[in-house]
Design a binder for this molecule. Structure first.
Ligand SMILES: [Zn+2]
Length: 121
């Protein structure tokens, strides 16, 4: 039996727990509203580069909350986390990839719809 993906917290800065809980709650709420096949949401393990990733086949998304100068060799964390507006737009983007693993027209339409739903979050 395939083991269900469990979230990793490798990329989470200690000061971002509240932001993480808010991000997590948002992702699951949106998944329910849009009936998305979300299985697992986690902080991005490598806290640099892209703001998020979608592992389409696993139903897993990872969201970057705070950047590091370098991912693996002890690079310093940014002094501040990403803004809530940026985090919300990344969540919408990665959730839309659960349905459309590309950046085509249908993806962009769904992403915009999901993002609009976050207006009051
Ligand atoms: Zn993308």
């Amino acid at each position: 039996m395939k083991e269900k993906a469990r979230p990793s917290f490798v990329g989470l800065h200690g000061k971002d727990l509240d932001l993480w809980l808010r991000t997590n709650a948002l992702a699951w709420r949106l998944a329910k509203v849009f009936d998305l096949p979300l299985v697992c949401v986690e902080p991005k393990r490598r806290p640099n580069g892209a703001g998020g990733l979608c592992y389409h086949d696993e139903g897993r998304i990872s969201i970057l909350l705070r950047r590091k100068a370098r991912a693996y060799d002890g690079g310093a964390w940014s002094k501040v986390p990403r803004s809530w507006v940026n985090v919300k737009s990344t969540v919408a983007h990665e959730l839309a990839h659960l349905i459309h693993p590309n950046h085509g027209k249908d993806f962009k339409a769904l992403e915009a719809e999901i993002l609009a739903e976050t207006a009051t979050d």
